[in-house]
Design a binder for this molecule. Structure first.
Ligand code: FAD
Length: 443
């Protein structure tokens, strides 16, 4: 009898423990479910759907079209697939957000029906329940978290297994309509990315040979210095174990000085997953409840739209928001600046910005997106203090001194066409600090 391997955020054939274990036992049915029905699953945004389409296409090709696509709630569809295929076991790699409740329920119900159900560690270097403070609690601060986590050994990645594919009926990818049907806004995404496992490994190699040596300049948005692995990691086209191993292998001499810093950024991904594991409502709730008292402004629809479309009149912010809309990505430093403007100068609830990013980012991640928004807001774990308010003009001077990034995305900057700023930076800063008193009172 075949084993079903249920893929989720692990769209790869190499270093895929569930797949390797299943292939060792006999024939494999490889399935991806589009689950927009279970309340525990956060529906993907538009840019992520574009990515998913490309990633599934690439994975399907790599298997010789053996990937089975099904749609619906997992707790309905997986038992149906078991019945259709006569499978004796269902294997998957673990996920760490609210949807793990589905996995737990499914695991017990499959076992009750006499099937084998097994989950594997694939997408995090360190399982959240294994990293604990001396008192046995989860960490709330990054540095001690990362120091403690790294004490555990990191396993070597697995090679691609030989798989005897078993077939099952499935949907045609096109029928899922993951791509926009009218008004195609995805040209910039196509220019910028190559979804799929092959694209992920090409990205890692180009990073190692061309950009890692400049990683100490990662805060300068005009410099190509970062890995751009985030969407590949979010969709699991490459595993952190593969990245870890590559960083401990042969590297250009000029690059080795930046390895620890780069891996600590990968550590922030682990940290956010850890926070999500312990606080599954990270996208809805302030991690620090004192922030529930914050008097957020009712967003003015015109101002919000100006922010979303990159027409705020603040050049670094507009550049970032346009990069986001065009490419589905934004440079990390600029993400912090645009988020800070929304939260601390426009006084808009971080959840409003988080949702926009969720829809627009190709790397939209259930842990890292709300985790970082809350970090900027000051409501998160190990967050930037609320009262430390970025001045976007000074940030631009510091990190884009020659305005290369700004001019790339905002060509009309400096002309009469470019709008006036929608916020008074000094006055709004004072208002934000006054509003913050409500939080302080509750701490
Ligand atoms: P690199 O610098 O090359 O880093 C390597 C990897 O480390 C990244 O691919 C990513 O997986 C991880 N990483 C780096 N920085 C962070 C961080 N601060 N938090 C968590 N992981 C990190 N990252 C996402 O992956 N998904 C998101 O939805 C997301 N939303 C964000 C929202 C805001 C408001 C901010 C300020 C940051 C957000 N980030 C998010 C973190 C960060 O901006 C991106 O991970 C990074 O820009 C991706 O580019 P890179 O792969 O070239 O990064």
């Amino acid at each position: 009898a075949p084993t079903i391997v249920w893929l989720r955020d692990d769209l790869r054939l190499t270093d895929n423990p569930a797949l390797t274990a299943a292939a060792d036992r006999g024939p494999v049915v490889l399935v991806y479910l589009l689950d927009d029905d279970s309340p525990e699953v956060r529906p993907m945004g538009a840019a992520s759907r574009w990515w998913l389409h490309g990633s599934l296409r690439s994975l399907s090709t790599a298997t010789g079209d053996q990937l089975v696509l099904r749609r619906g709630a997992a707790e309905t569809v997986i038992p149906q697939l078991v019945a259709d295929t006569g499978a004796a076991a269902v294997f998957w790699n673990r996920r760490y957000g609210a949807a793990r409740e589905i996995d737990a329920r499914l695991k017990s119900s499959l076992r009750e029906s006499g099937l084998e159900a097994q989950s594997f560690q694939a997408n995090l270097l360190f399982e959240p329940w294994t990293v604990r403070t001396g008192e046995g609690n989860p960490f709330r601060v990054f540095t001690p978290f990362w120091r403690a986590a790294r004490e555990a050994a990191v396993r070597a990645p697995l090679p691609v297994p030989h798989v005897d594919w078993a077939i099952a009926d499935g949907d045609d990818l096109e029928s899922w309509a993951l791509l926009p049907t009218h008004l195609d806004w995805t040209a910039g995404l196509h220019e910028s990315w190559n979804p799929g496992e092959e694209g992920a490994h090409a990205q890692l190699e180009s990073f190692v040979t061309e950009r890692l040596a400049d990683y100490h300049r990662r805060d300068e948005p005009a410099v190509e210095a970062t890995s751009r692995l985030s969407p590949h990691l979010s969709f699991g086209e490459i595993s952190p174990f593969q990245i870890w191993e590559r960083m401990h292998g042969d590297l250009p001499a000029a690059a080795t000085k930046n390895v620890a810093k780069f891996l600590s950024e990968v550590g922030w991904r682990e940290f956010n997953a850890n926070i999500l594991f312990h606080s599954p409502e990270l996208a809805e709730k302030n991690y620090r409840p004192a922030f529930d008292a914050f008097p957020w402004a009712e967003p003015d629809p015109r101002d919000l739209k100006a922010w979303q479309q990159g027409r705020t009149g603040i050049p670094i912010v507009d550049a970032g928001m346009r990069e986001l809309r065009h490419t589905g990505y934004m440079h990390n430093r600029v993400r912090m600046i645009v988020a800070s403007l929304l939260i601390k100068n426009m006084l808009i609830d971080w959840r409003v910005g988080e949702k926009w990013f969720w829809d627009c980012l190709v790397d939209a991640d259930e842990a890292s997106n709300p985790g970082n928004w809350q970090w900027v807001a000051g409501s998160g774990a190990d967050a930037a203090p609320y009262f430390r308010i970025f001045n976007p003009m000074l940030q631009a001077d510091k990190f884009d001194g020659q305005q290369k990034y700004i001019k790339r995305w905002v060509p009309e900057f400096g002309t009469a066409e470019y709008p006036e700023s929608i916020v008074d930076l000094a006055a709004s800063r004072r208002e934000a600090l006054a509003a913050y008193e409500h939080v302080k009172a509750g701490q």
